[in-house]
Design a protein around this ligand. Structure first.
Ligand SMILES: [Zn+2]
Length: 341
């Protein structure tokens, strides 16, 4: 590990281990060294940055030129079987030395609320921040960030990416920590009480012997007011679609899992990895990967924090389709299924 990014690796591992900031292989970080950008490799976990070498050096002018030309594929800039993160272009664009892109769940919820701009203006008053309307990760998102940066008088220290997360930018690693803490505090949503799942009721219709997870938060979608994906709308953020699919299998207590799973699969065209049993808890398929499980935990955390009575705006059908047909995300999923943690 070079000294250039040793501090970034420590910082990445600590934010990467916080499930309210980063889930699975989501989020990415970078540090600039002259014309070189050290950026997280696609599909690697920030939480593992302390033990593994997850950063790749890329040439900033090359990345910016490719973005200008509309070239999305940066895989040839990788090495040792690793590709630079799909979100490398906006890391290269941001003028600050250190850039952290986090899937902060509270920020995702706020950015999906009705009248999100004025709510966030109020919450983030005094910070140099800007809102970035939703765009598919990779080139479309980087392009919209480019236009937001162009309009800003001084380079923002915080970007809120609608239905996606945040970007924190600072000149050095030390300065980024108080900023992350400040944003977390300003956007903190109080979690609701989580009941103990009814493990005995969950066992009744479980003819496929799916697992009953011991992680409490994973069961939250089965109880009380729930997030968009549960209430019949589309998911709130891209990684949910990529790892868990655009719809959820929901059963009542006593329903049999096998036939319900088959009919879900016929309707939606993909195999569900989890089943929500109303007021009982959640069952998990043996095909669930570690990355997908991290996204299920994220869904639980979102359900516990989504304000009751506030209708959140999920991604559009078009956005969801664009995520489903995207090569770079298929690559990230492949890495997840081959590296069970
Ligand atoms: Zn992201």
């Amino acid at each position: 590990m070079t000294t250039t990014y040793r501090k970034l690796a420590v910082l990445s591992s600590i934010v990467g281990a916080n499930p309210l900031l980063v889930q699975g292989g989501g989020g990415n970080t970078s540090v600039k060294d002259g014309q070189k950008l050290w950026v997280k490799a696609s599909g690697t976990w920030l939480a593992g940055a302390g033990e593994q070498d997850i950063f790749l050096p890329v040439d900033i002018p090359t990345v910016l030129e490719r973005t200008r030309l509309g070239i999305e594929d940066l895989s040839d800039l990788g090495r040792n079987g690793m590709r630079p993160s799909i979100e490398t272009p906006f890391h290269a664009m941001m003028p600050q030395r250190v850039v952290l892109h986090l899937h902060m769940l509270d920020a995702i919820i706020y950015s999906s609320m009705p009248d999100e701009n004025s709510v966030l203006r109020d919450k983030l008053h005094g910070l140099n921040w800007a809102m970035v309307p939703y765009a598919r990760p990779d080139l479309p998102l980087s392009r919209i960030i480019d236009s937001v940066l162009e309009k800003a008088e001084t380079a923002p220290e915080l970007l809120v990416l609608q239905n996606h997360g945040i970007v924190i930018a600072a000149e050095n690693e030390e300065d980024s920590i108080p900023l992350i803490n400040d944003v977390m505090k300003r956007l903190r949503l109080e979690p609701r009480l989580l009941p103990v799942p009814d493990v005995f009721a969950l066992a009744v219709g479980n003819d496929l012997s799916w697992r009953i997870p011991s992680c409490p938060v994973v069961h939250a979608p089965a109880f009380g007011p729930s997030a968009q994906v549960i209430s019949g709308g589309l998911p709130l953020y891209p990684d949910h679609v990529v790892f868990l699919g655009p719809a959820a299998l929901i059963l009542n207590a006593g329903d049999t899992l096998g036939p319900a799973k088959d009919s879900f699969q016929k309707t939606y065209g993909f195999e569900p990895l989890f089943a929500i049993i109303r007021d009982c808890g959640v069952l998990v398929s043996p095909k669930m990967t570690p990355g997908a499980f991290a996204m299920l935990e994220a869904l639980g955390n979102v359900c516990l924090r989504s304000p009751a009575g506030v209708e959140l705006s999920g991604l559009s059908g078009e956005d969801v389709n664009a995520l489903g047909n995207w090569d770079a995300e298929a690559y990230r999923k492949t890495l997840d299924s081959s590296e069970k943690k």
